[in-house]
Design a protein around this ligand. Structure first.
Ligand code: NDP
Ligand code: 2IT
Length: 446
């Protein structure tokens, strides 16, 4: 359809040299083509031109001093992409690879993901090229305080509500929240992922991983299957990977891998609860590397520089980062009998890999649907904060299960309605898009 191609060409012209951003937009626009054919008013209202342009992009200097008294300068960002459905909402990523392309892709995805959660949240994302790895706590605090000194003027509980992502966990959220409170003199739900004793929600740490597994359960249920006894590979070893493994173990699956940016551990005997507890201590307290796993547990192997995708499995859960699973990896997975892929990470599968999975009828849950549980429970944290109350673990977990069921249903139903049954890429993009687009039209040209 030439309207879509025109918009994509224009986007590449006005946002040059941003390959990840172009990749994310291209996937969404290509899959919503049938909606534009069916409802010409979207084109008449220039909805694609409007929805692909962020409402606001904020870029700022973050000066701070390290423990040896040296001055360090990093770059801070916040992309306020779309507020048609609610306040901007999305995480902060601290990683040396962070740039405008990465954050715009993440913020764009977040708009449609948040739409699928059924909660009133717009989409945004932010972060910095600061690397918390190997830094002292005091250095991380100095950085977070400087970052928030600037960010605080742009955010608020009804304006823009950040959270964590890669490199931003409970420690960073604490320092960020403390500085916001100090400058603004208000204790509000301005950021989610807070610790439990000062405004956090039960199940928020678990939510992305648990939600991804719930999404996988929902996909399997359509084919009359479940996760019991399935051999699963998981990549990453951070927040999302850890709680994906926890829920898979609980459901009787056998998890045989974890990874980080240096390599992969393969444990043919399976990662059990005790091994997982050891991994959580390694990653969250000692902040060590996954290679240590192989020294700790006999029978497991560490493969330097490799990802888990050559390990035979029934189900794969990419949970580390974008573009970590190539077309060749997808072909290897399919050849080895993999029948389900649920993306805990954002856009971990390269476009060619997605095509391979869809062509082979692998149940493929794209990130914006499969990992929506994290931001969904952030939305529930916001609700608890504004009610000045805490909900029980059971209440939050049940809401998370219901939300993941609804995300699945919306994506599945749209895939059927548009003649692409079980294509959750098409289904999630269409269902997510229609809600945002209609809200934008209702609200006029703003
Ligand atoms: P963490 O920082 O807790 O963990 C990230 C993990 O991924 C680490 O094991 C890290 O290894 C690995 N990783 C990071 N960057 C790379 C890279 N460039 N190459 C290979 N491995 C890498 O982050 P999260 O678990 O929170 O996030 C993981 C993914 O899930 C991201 O895509 C994020 O956007 C997505 N996500 C997170 C949500 C959340 O609630 N936290 C919600 C929805 C999606 P290393 O230690 O070597 O860097
Ligand atoms: O990618 C994501 O959905 C997140 N990092 C979570 C965002 C949030 O606001 O909880």
């Amino acid at each position: 359809m030439s309207y879509i191609q025109d918009v994509l060409n224009g986007l590449v012209r006005t946002h040059p040299l941003q390959p990840e951003f172009h990749q994310a937009v291209k996937e969404v626009l290509t899959s919503i083509a049938p909606v534009l054919d069916r409802y010409p008013h979207y084109r008449e209202q220039a909805i694609l031109e409007r929805i692909t342009e962020p409402e606001r992009v904020i870029l700022f200097r973050v000066p701070w001093m390290d423990a040896r008294g040296r001055i360090q300068i990093h770059r801070g960002y916040r992309i306020e992409y779309n507020s048609a459905l609610g306040p901007f909402k999305g995480g902060l990523r601290f990683h040396p690879t962070v740039n405008l392309s990465i954050l715009k892709f993440l913020a764009f995805e977040q708009v449609f993901k948040n739409s699928l959660t059924t909660l009133p949240m717009g989409g945004g994302k932010g972060g910095s090229d600061f690397d918390p790895k190997g830094k002292l706590d005091v250095e991380v605090m100095n950085f977070c305080q400087s970052f928030m000194t600037e960010l605080q003027r742009h955010i608020g509980p009804n304006t823009d509500v950040p959270a964590g992502d890669i490199g931003v966990g409970a420690r960073e959220i604490g320092y960020l929240f403390g500085q916001y409170k100090r400058i603004r003199n208000e204790f509000t739900g301005v950021i989610t992922g807070k610790r439990l004793n000062w405004g956090g929600s039960l199940i928020r740490p678990e939510a992305t991983g648990y939600g991804t597994v719930y999404f996988a359960q929902n996909m399997l249920a359509v084919r009359g299957e479940d996760l019991a006894g399935k051999v699963c590979t998981v990549s990453g070893a951070g927040n999302v990977a850890q709680y994906t493994v926890e829920k898979l173990i609980e459901l009787g699956a056998k998890v045989v891998s974890l990874s980080d940016s240096n390599g992969t551990v393969h444990d043919p005997a399976g990662i059990d609860r005790e091994k997982l507890a050891w991994v959580m201590e390694l990653k969250n307290v000692r902040r060590g590397r996954i290679s240590e796993y192989a020294n700790q547990f006999k029978g497991s192997i560490y493969r330097e520089g490799l990802r888990p995708w050559s390990i035979p499995c029934d189900c794969a859960f990419p949970s580390a980062t974008q573009n970590e699973l190539s077309g060749d990896d997808a072909r290897t997975l399919v050849k080895n009998g993999c029948r389900l892929v649920a993306e805990g990470a954002n856009m971990p599968t390269e476009p060619e890999g997605v095509d391979v999975f869809l062509a082979n009828r692998v149940l493929f849950g794209p990130g914006k649907a499969a990992n929506a549980g994290g931001v969904a429970v952030s939305g529930l944290e916001m609700a608890q904060n504004s009610e000045h109350t805490y909900w029980t673990r059971e209440t939050v977990d049940q809401r998370l299960r219901d939300i993941m069921k609804s995300v699945h249903e919306q994506a599945y139903n749209a895939s059927v309605e548009y003649g692409a049954t079980e294509n959750y890429v098409v289904g999630a993009n269409i269902a997510g898009f229609v809600k945002v687009a209609d809200a934008m039209l209702d609200q006029g040209l703003v």
